[in-house]
Design a protein around this ligand. Structure first.
Ligand code: G3I
Length: 394
């Protein structure tokens, strides 16, 4: 490249960085990106960095730091539990919107986007629904109508306020399930067959023309054998491809990103390749529930804790770098941001697991927080370009 062109390219690069920096630098106060929040740094790339929100913690007057960080550090929030069917309609026909409304209001006040989680899942269903199906008092036909009504009621209520909906969650089995050949699993597939998936997306679209409608699942961070019978990423890819071919309005694939330092996990190029294969379908992608747990063995001294902190940070960073590398990756959401409020210890107790989030139980940022921040600071043109969101499918 000629000398003149180098100068021009450098000038463009400097101008781009300056334009993307959200805090105007001055001679006396040069721009310090490390002082920026993860949310602000992400928005430089039009990437929403978000967190799942535990509403009990948010409302705990004795835990103000939770609310402060939830409000200031992220540009997107997800209801960890408040928008699940058991929370919204604990008694048939009687809705409890309070917690979900509060989160939507919180997000509005803090100029955050909202990921709606989750319209259709086989977990956290209200007891009246599962019991009615089990005792036969709710027929298959009535169950399908109840699902349509649930989706329509919830999406209508938050129409225009939800950026991305997790419409269907975890519909696909794992290779260790029975049968081991990958298949459609869970309450909805067992009772309505896999067609419920297309129905759910169509009903959600009918209720909100603009929300981006996602399929969400775990263990799809990278592709394996490529055989849909045992490669969950391939199965999900082919499922979404088939639904799109039928005109089903799916706008995105959410990759949950629940990892563990005890596993092999993936490198950045593997994860980038997976996001690109999903993107090639014409859909957006997102990391929707990122956390990286560790097995905790007593006593947890520094010789044990430091390797876990480093391995955890590396895994958070792999997913962030892959997301930054693919313009259709719209958001990166951690599944809770503090070890004080994480689902992991409650769910993994033999052996105990924890240390899964980016702040410790005293809200001190961990290595993972700083690695995410450095990824966001050092990412930029020409290798990382602003996100490009799809138009919602009709
Ligand atoms: O609200 C009740 C409370 O009234 C009761 O006293 C208490 C007794 O244990 O239970 C409370 O409900 C708990 C609920 O979280 C709200 O805190 C449930 O027991 C507990 O099982 C439930 O766990 C949630 C889990 O999904 C359920 O599968 C976790 O908080 C939540 O982080 C987790 O999130 C899921 C995503 O939605 C989907 N992807 C996987 C991810 C991890 O499982």
């Amino acid at each position: 490249m000629t000398h003149r062109r180098w100068i021009t390219a450098a000038a463009v690069a400097v101008a781009t960085v300056a334009a993307l920096n959200t805090v105007p630098a001055t001679a006396s106060r040069p721009y310090d990106p490390t002082a920026q929040s993860l949310g602000a740094l992400g928005l430089r790339h039009k990437l929403h960095v978000g967190t799942a929100v535990d509403m009990a913690a948010l409302n705990d007057a004795n835990d103000p730091e939770y609310r402060r960080l939830a409000a200031s550090e992220f540009s997107s929030v997800t209801a960890e539990n408040a928008m699940k069917w058991e929370s919204l309609e604990p008694t048939r026909g009687t809705y409890d919107w309070a917690a979900a409304d509060q989160l939507v209001e919180f997000a509005k006040r803090n100029r955050q986007s909202v990921r709606g989680h989750v319209l259709v899942w086989h977990n956290q269903l209200p007891a009246w629904l599962t019991a009615g199906v089990a005792d036969g008092s709710i027929s298959k036909q009535e169950l399908r109508e109840l699902l349509r009504r649930h989706i329509t009621t919830v999406v209508n209520r938050y129409k225009g306020k939800i950026w991305q909906w997790d419409v269907v969650n975890e519909a696909v089995s794992d290779p260790w399930d029975t049968p081991s050949t990958l298949h459609y699993k869970g309450f909805w597939a067992q009772n309505l067959g896999p067609d419920y998936i297309a129905d759910a997306f169509r009903w959600a679209r009918a209720a909100d023309p603009r929300a981006l409608l996602f399929y969400n699942d775990y263990n799809i961070e990278a592709f394996g054998s490529g055989n849909p019978a045992d490669d969950k990423s391939q199965f999900v890819h082919d499922m979404v491809k088939g639904l799109l071919a039928q005109g089903v309005p799916i706008d995105g694939i959410g990759s949950q990103g629940h990892l563990g330092t005890q596993y092999g996990n993936y490198d950045t190029l593997q994860v980038t390749a997976a996001l690109k294969r999903f993107a090639a379908l014409g859909v957006a992608t997102a990391f929707t529930e990122v956390d990286v747990r560790s097995e905790l063995t007593e006593p947890g001294d520094s010789a044990e804790i430091n390797p876990r902190l480093q391995a955890s940070a590396a895994n958070f960073s792999v997913l962030m770098k892959a997301c930054l590398a693919v313009r259709s990756c719209l958001s990166y959401t951690v599944w809770g941001f503090s070890d004080r409020h994480s689902w992991v210890p409650e769910w993994f107790d033999d052996p105990p697991q924890g240390m899964a989030t980016i702040y410790d139980e005293n809200y001190q940022p961990k290595r993972a927080y700083h690695e995410l921040k450095s990824d966001l600071i050092f990412a930029g043109p020409p290798y990382v370009l602003p996100r490009v969101a799809p138009r919602p499918r009709g």
